[in-house]
Design a binder for this molecule. Structure first.
Ligand SMILES: [Zn+2]
Length: 1071
């Protein structure tokens, strides 16, 4: 094996004989370990000796794999790996290292110093071979500059290489006239032909692979016939939105038979890729803009369209025969035709990217058409949108660069009288298009879109294509430049400098708002002039600024907003960051990073799952859970909640940094699977999630932090008996749905004894007991049979009090699931409706029933619970588990982040003593109670909320809080004064006065009683009887008044044993 390694791989291997005895006694293993430990580690360290580095391509920085690495004097060559990386083990000394790659100028670095220990880093950048004479270059080794390559222009050696580097790496263009910079000519596209789907796919793949540092291919979904809706994004960092860099898009071939745009966009991809790094305009555009290019929005229609079609309709619509440019929601007309997969994909794409400017390329005329496309009456007349001036400006920017379009007589052969001044037109002024894409862009996103008609012939012959490129190439580039006009900047929190997402930018006298992105960055396209701009955000004071938009370029305007502070009444919205210590601020930014932008996505990317996915029945499940507690004893703890009918244990696994301590200051999340034994996907996802958390603990700082700050309780299977009966690949079978007694456990949760006819099932009892322990902040139940998230109630009729919060939580899950939020439950076989907005539904609307677990959790556990349906098939084949895990991992993690939001705090009395069992009333409805230490934590939808704290014997406290969708709940402290406002007087005074009055009253009563009894003894005649009656009456008055005072006071004392706040109010009313 060792020789094979050396001769056929890049690996050096030796063979070690460890001991004379081949299979020693187990008791010897410890000794063997001691003997070899240091040697194993020392050997491992040898992998770092010698020379190591990367080999890259000079024009675009692409890694070069399979490049030969040669060391002079050693007849053994290595090659670079996938990322252009190499490791050449060498003993200390001085070496000459060469790299040789086909199609590139070879390079030798002389005098490379290798020292003891850590490898010398040596990177190479290779220039492609152009027309220059072949040959290599030799550079001296400089330890300070570890990169060898044609980098600096001052280096005389590199002059010739610089010139050659403008040659395309793909080598198809030999036309590069090794020119001087002044005569620079961009490389023109070569590939002029019609590309059918497969051909287009190959073209896109070829460019995304060839220009990896600037081009990235992705798909936004599939067409009705399952073709990918491809988008090529071209930018200096193509895979991410860079705050401050605008997003631009081109969409073509929305009408399948209008094909010029499709080919022009492929030409544009070729042009941008090939000229990046050599052409200043292209390089600047790509470096400062993220350009998304979708060559075909209707790939199905294209496949049936015919070359030579001038004004036909074959292939115009998608394969379900709907016109996609009449398929978007409209502001004036209700579009009744079913929304098509292509339309839905584009709508979702627009919602998830902060596009600023866009064009939608068509054919059949020659004009730029801008919003609105229709009006209320459906008349053909100008339908002006608030940004009419901006649209005219960007439309002209295109038409002016297209000589023919600019003249304004589009298709003289076809429509003789048509004239468009400057080659542009308002949409409705031309003809009405309800349900169009451009208006939807403008009305529903921050993106401004126009529709460009590229020529009178919809599907011209291939030989015409170079002409179209010539006519449009300047215009296509100029139009992208328009994204850099107007005003741009950031809206940030003045205190910590972080961006504020979803803040609105309003321009005075233009009735169209723009919102900030997740990082707080925004763009407001405007024509030159002076404007009054206002930035507003929830929980902040608005800021107004005057800004002047220059004739050329963009004006930079940043807004710094301050949090809303106390008002004079002292009832201020709490500043979520006002009362916290530095550690809490660090945690705030931790949660914010995970909630915004790519935070969660990056976490998912940075953690690995290594698992052979399979279904685990009860025995294996129990072993798996025990295995976790053996391997991760410090962060796990396994409890039995009870047993099923057939005596299987209902397990609860707690994952926390202190699993057996209450840690009441931390939020607690419950994850429940397998309530229906025939839908065991949730069970497997939760087992996988548990293992994922444990394995990444201490390894991934974010997971570690989440576990340290959260108490996670996982109930993977609460119906283990049913699970034993269920069978794999049964997508709709009800076998195993119920427990052994035939009871659907999700109809067995009753808190109210009067509703219960028979004793609860043992499984239900076990889970109810856990729920009734309270202290949970959030619960997520996993089930199957659909693809959506539901929130309480399951029971019919009434909506739940905190519906907004529960719906928000379900939305967070669905949004973090790649498919769920699209709202296509996709279950043709059962009762599911097709289209559910955001993939979120009130449970009763799906299938209403009594006795559900989440209703119980909300009503009796004071804990919000949502149910997630992971997929249509109840028991899909095991091979699908890996996909299901990939789909749900981010969403499950989002719940661990979400549980830290809302409002939390401590309730104390004036002396600082925490008050346990104080009631926190949220918005006058939902209640939670303080735990040990006086802690409480309640989730709330983003927005302003009222919370009231009520505790026996204390004056009720009320506070307003602002809850954000991306910030952790900051700790608020609710301090109760002793109830010191009885009768509007200090409590001490009242108590003293009351005591004094009581004494006085008792004394008075005694005196009266003595006097009266003396009198009645002395006088027994009728007159005196009357008198006595009067005295009795007066006594009665006195006693009544005394009694009433007594009862007032006693009420006051009673209050201390009665939590009903109404009593307090009632007394105040009486007073
Ligand atoms: Zn069209």
């Amino acid at each position: 094996m060792q020789d094979y390694n050396y001769l056929n791989g890049n690996c050096l291997e030796i063979t070690m004989e460890l001991s004379c005895c081949k299979f020693p006694l187990a008791s010897e293993l410890k000794k063997e370990w001691d003997n070899n430990r240091e040697s194993l580690i020392a050997y491992l360290e040898q992998v770092h000796i010698g020379v190591r580095g990367y080999v890259k391509e000079a024009t675009n920085g692409t890694a070069l794999p399979d490049v030969r690495i040669m060391v002079a004097g050693i007849n053994h060559n290595l090659t670079t790996a996938q990322f252009g990386d190499y490791y050449r083990l060498l003993l200390p000394g001085t070496y000459n290292v060469s790299v040789i790659a086909t199609g590139y100028m070879s390079m030798t670095v002389v005098g490379v110093q290798v020292v003891e220990g850590k490898a010398t880093e040596l990177n190479f950048t290779l220039a492609p071979l152009g027309n220059e004479p072949t040959g290599g270059i030799t550079v001296p080794f400089t330890p300070t500059t570890t990169t060898a390559g044609p980098i600096t222009t001052s280096d005389p050696d590199s002059t010739s290489i610089e010139t050659s580097s403008t040659t395309s790496e793909m080598g198809t263009s030999g036309a590069n006239e090794s020119s001087t910079p002044q005569e620079h000519q961009p490389i023109q596209p070569q590939d002029f032909r019609h590309h059918h789907y497969n051909d287009m796919e190959l073209f896109l793949r070829r460019y995304s692979n060839g220009f990896r540092s600037i081009a990235h291919l992705y798909s936004i979904g599939k067409s009705a016939e399952d073709r990918e809706l491809y988008v090529m994004v071209i930018s200096d960092n193509p895979t991410v939105h860079e705050p401050g860099e605008p997003e631009f898009k081109y969409i073509a071939n929305m009408h399948g038979n209008e094909v010029v745009g499709r080919e022009l966009l492929l030409n544009l991809i070729e042009y941008l890729c090939r000229n990046y790094g050599s052409d200043p305009e292209v390089t600047q555009l790509v470096n400062t803009t993220r350009i998304h290019i979708m060559p075909s929005m209707n790939p199905d229609g294209y496949e049936i369209a015919r070359e030579g079609d001038v004004r036909g309709y074959t292939g115009r619509n998608n394969s379900n025969n709907f016109d996609l440019n009449r398929n978007f929601p409209d502001q004036f007309t209700t579009i009744t035709e079913p929304r098509q997969p292509e339309t839905i994909a584009v709508m979702n794409w627009l919602k998830s990217n902060p596009f600023v400017l866009s064009a939608n390329l068509h054919g059949g005329s020659l004009v730029v058409n801008y919003p609105y496309d229709d009006d209320k009456q459906g008349r053909t007349e100008y339908s002006k949108c608030p940004d009419d001036k901006v649209f005219k400006q960007v439309a002209r920017a295109y038409s002016q660069e297209n000589a023919l379009m600019h003249k304004g007589h589009p298709c003289e052969d076809l429509y003789r009288s048509e004239f468009f001044e400057d080659g542009i037109t308002n949409g409705a002024n031309w003809y009405n298009v309800p349900g169009g894409m451009q208006d939807w862009n403008y009305l529903n996103t921050n993106c401004f879109e126009v529709t460009i008609e590229l020529g009178c012939v919809k599907y011209p012959k291939a030989q015409q294509l170079p002409l179209y490129w010539d006519q449009n190439r300047r215009a296509l580039l100029q139009y992208i430049q328009q994204v850099h006009r107007g005003v741009k900047g950031m809206v940030i929190d003045i205190k910590d400098g972080t961006g504020i997402p979803n803040a609105t930018i309003t321009v005075e006298e233009i009735d169209h708002q723009i919102t900030t992105n997740l990082a707080g960055d925004y763009w407001r396209l405007l024509v030159p002039g002076t404007y009054h701009l206002t930035a507003s955000a929830q929980g902040y004071n608005s800021v107004k600024i005057y800004a002047t938009v220059p004739e050329e370029g963009v004006e930079l305007v940043d807004f710094r907003l301050t949090r809303v502070r106390s008002d004079p009444n002292g009832q201020a919205p709490m500043d979520p960051r006002a009362t916290q210590d530095p550690a809490e601020e660090v945690f705030q930014s931790f949660i914010k990073d995970l909630s915004l932008g790519q935070g969660l996505e990056q976490l998912v990317q940075s953690t690995v799952t290594e698992s052979s996915f399979r279904y685990r029945r009860y025995k294996e499940l129990s072993e798996f859970l025990r295995g976790l507690t053996f391997n991760f004893p410090k962060i796990t703890s396994l409890h039995s909640l009870g047993q099923s009918v057939e005596y299987r244990t209902i397990w609860a696994l707690e994952i926390s940094n202190k699993p057996d301590e209450p840690e009441t200051a931390e939020p607690k999340i419950r994850l429940v699977g397998g309530i229906h034994g025939n839908a065991p996907v949730g069970t497997e996802l939760l087992l996988e999630f548990a293992a994922f958390l444990c394995i990444n603990y201490g390894k991934n700082p974010i997971i570690t932090r989440l576990i340290n700050e959260t108490r996670i309780v996982i109930l993977p299977s609460i119906n283990p008996d049913g699970r034993e009966l269920a069978r794999e690949k049964q997508c709709t079978s009800t076998v195993g749905m119920t427990n052994t007694h035939g009871k659907d456990l999700d109809t067995d949760f009753f808190g109210n004894a009067s509703q219960r006819l028979v004793e609860a099932q043992p499984e239900t009892r076990a889970v109810m007991d856990l729920i009734l322990e309270r202290g949970f902040t959030l619960s997520v139940a996993l089930d199957g049979g659909s693809l959506l998230a539901t929130y309480p109630y399951d029971k019919p009729v009434q909506p739940v009090e905190n519906e907004e919060t529960l719906k928000y939580l379900a939305n967070v899950y669905a949004r973090n699931h790649p498919k769920m939020h699209l709202g296509d439950t996709g279950c043709p076989s059962n009762d599911q409706m097709g289209n559910i907005p955001d993939g979120v539904l009130r449970a009763a609307e799906r299938q209403s029933h009594m006795g559900s677990m989440k209703d119980f959790s909300v009503d009796f556990g004071h804990c919000p619970e949502i149910t997630v349906y992971t997929g249509c098939c109840l028991f899909p084949p095991a091979v699908q588990l890996a996909t299901l895990w990939a789909e749900n991992r981010k969403a499950l993690l989002s719940m661990l982040v979400e549980v830290h939001k809302g409002v939390r705090g401590v309730v104390k009395d004036k002396s600082g003593k925490p008050i346990v069992g104080a009631m926190i009333v949220l918005n006058g409805g939902v209640r939670v109670f303080t735990a040990e230490g006086g802690y409480f934590h309640a989730l709330l939808a983003p927005g302003n909320h009222n919370i009231e704290a009520v505790a026996d014997g204390y004056q009720q406290q009320r506070q307003e809080v602002v809850v954000s969708s991306y910030e952790a709940a900051s700790s608020i402290i609710i301090e109760f004064d002793m109830d010191n406002r009885i009768f509007g007087l200090p409590r001490e005074f009242v108590v003293a006065t009351a005591a004094a009055s009581m004494t006085a009253l008792v004394v008075t009563a005694c005196i009266i009683w003595c006097v009266c009894s003396a009198k009645s003894n002395q006088q027994k005649d009728g007159f005196h009887r009357l008198r006595q009656h009067r005295d009795d009456y007066e006594d009665e008055i006195r006693l009544t008044s005394m009694g009433s005072k007594k009862s007032l006071l006693s009420n006051e004392f009673q209050d201390e044993s009665e939590s009903d706040e109404d009593t307090l109010y009632a007394n105040a009313d009486k007073l």
